[in-house]
Design a protein around this ligand. Structure first.
Ligand code: BGP
Length: 490
């Protein structure tokens, strides 16, 4: 046998990367596309990561003003990294790394510019056919996300987004078109990206605008919008099985793994509440019903969700086939009001003294990924798919065109080692797509400078640069990992 390394990853394990249309495509007004809620997300040079609520806040006048703006300088998601035109070159680079799968989202307003049309936009339909055919040519399977924070802006401005039950039928129409057109390219689908994120950023996740919320207030509007998304997700899950035989639908959770800051029982109770809240969003989509504890917690907040009699049956008949999630970091929870807090993925957690932080304050915790995989598999007993994981960092393009990112290689090496342990623990893990395999616009900060890619893109936060692509050192490392199916992590 010599020193041939034996891989712990199963045969057929899917290695690749994950993107979102609104962060990578650009072409915000090309091919008949309508405005999405992301096209009015302004870049702010100084983001206070500890005051996220202020950062994600929107106001109707500001949105109407932004919608009239035709320039993209301060609207980075209007330009992404021009994947809309450069996808053949980028797919060639992904294929060079050996990608078996690429997660992408379909931009709803590219197919239905305001979301209210009864017929789809032919140019939008054609774009994704070209993209998926190019992927097929490269032997890369699409993993399609139907809703990745990019709903038509018109639905937000006119109906206050997902708070309006009529959006369910419009979303079902959009998904029916996607299945009819693109069901031929893949059997892997996801409905809502991080469906739990509605509470953390109501506008980008659900098109909720404070001035349009009624007496139920913004939090009540969030829970009503969430209910409509759960119903819509269940409906399009059932429809997928009918329209694309053999296709698999997953749910997608922001896995915000939280440990108690101390073994004090009160810290445990506070942690348990945070963990159950986070898991409840996947519970509803896996088990097909609201957990009683969650209903009680919503009731204690004084919130009443308007549900129709048919909703219970819809949820029960639309449960998912697999569980996918994003994992970047972990945090702790404490009842100590003076406990130091640090930012995470659009959350604020109590700092863990045993962990290092990224430049954006996210606490890097590879062992937490093993913990999360075991926790999720034990709870759901469904195949798991890690659809986002990665390190946002400031990379440097050297004069010779190289980029040295040993910190990113180290981040992934440690996370892959823990994934291997989880598989050895008995977890059924079917795939891994790194977040942002090419540098793209950050979701929470709209920065280009928060780079995740194995491929560097020459563009700065205000859109200046050649948009040329450069292979980072991690590009060659990930290529070798995929070639050896995870056996060689050196
Ligand atoms: C997740 C989103 C992704 C991605 C990721 C990284 O919540 O699903 O869209 O952006 O976060 O976050 P950021 O881009 O803010 O660093």
């Amino acid at each position: 046998m010599g020193n041939k390394k034996v891989t712990p990853f199963p045969q057929g394990f899917l290695w690749g990367g994950a993107l979102a249309a609104n962060q990578v495509e650009g072409g915000w007004n090309k091919g008949g596309k309508g405005l999405s809620v992301q096209d009015v997300q302004a870049y702010k040079p100084h983001v206070d990561q500890k005051n996220l609520a202020a950062h994600v806040k929107v106001s109707l006048p500001q949105l109407l003003e932004a919608a009239k703006e035709t320039d993209d300088t301060y609207f980075p998601k209007r330009r992404g990294v021009d994947f809309y035109h450069r996808y053949p070159q980028d797919l060639a680079l992904f294929a060079e790394m050996g990608f078996q799968v690429l997660r992408v989202s379909i931009s709803w307003p590219r197919l239905y510019p305001t979301g209210m049309e009864t017929q789809p936009n032919p140019e939008g339909i054609a774009f994704y056919h070209r993209l998926f055919q190019e992927m097929r040519k490269r032997g890369i399977k699409p993993l399609i996300t139907l809703a990745h924070y990019e709903m038509p802006l018109a639905l937000a401005l006119e109906w206050n987004g997902w708070t309006d039950r009529r959006v369910i039928d419009l979303f079902v129409r959009f998904c029916e078109t996607c299945y009819k057109e693109y069901g031929q390219y893949t059997d892997l689908w996801l409905s809502f990206n991080e469906i739990d994120s509605c509470i953390r950023h109501p506008f980008t996740t659900a098109g909720i605008i404070p001035e349009l919320c009624g007496e139920e207030g913004e939090l009540g509007a969030c829970y009503q919008a969430l209910h409509h998304q759960f119903v819509a997700a269940a409906m399009v899950t059932k429809m997928l099985r009918e329209m694309v035989p053999g296709a698999k639908m997953g749910c997608m959770l922001t896995k915000l793994t939280t440990y108690p800051r101390t073994c004090a029982p009160d810290d445990m109770i506070a942690t348990q509440a945070r963990e159950l809240e986070n898991l409840s969003y996947a519970d509803i989509m896996v088990f097909g019903e609201y957990p009683r504890l969650i209903l009680r917690r919503i009731e204690k907040k004084g919130i009443t969700i308007r549900m129709e009699p048919e909703d219970e049956g819809i949820l029960r008949e639309g449960t998912v086939d697999y569980v996918s999630f994003s994992y970047y970091m972990s945090m702790t929870e404490s009842v100590d009001p003076n406990a130091e807090r640090t930012p995470g993925n659009t959350v604020l957690g109590v700092k863990n003294p045993y962990l290092e932080s990224s430049e954006w304050g996210w606490q890097v915790d590879p062992v937490g990924l093993r913990y999360s995989l075991v926790e999720l598999y034990d709870r759901y007993k469904k195949p798991l798919f890690i659809v986002e994981n990665g390190l946002g960092a400031r990379d440097t393009l050297e004069a010779d065109g190289s980029i040295h990112d040993p910190y990113r290689i180290e981040y992934f090496r440690r996370h892959f080692e823990e994934m291997a342990k989880a598989i050895d623990d008995g977890v059924e893990l079917i795939g891994f797509t790194s977040w942002g395999p090419i540098d793209i616009i950050s979701a929470s900060s709209n920065q280009m400078s928060k780079r995740y890619g194995f491929i560097y893109v020459d563009q700065d936060d205000l859109g200046k640069g050649s948009l040329e692509r450069y292979r980072k050192d991690s590009f060659y490392w990930y290529k070798k990992v995929i070639e050896t199916n995870g056996a060689d992590l050196d």
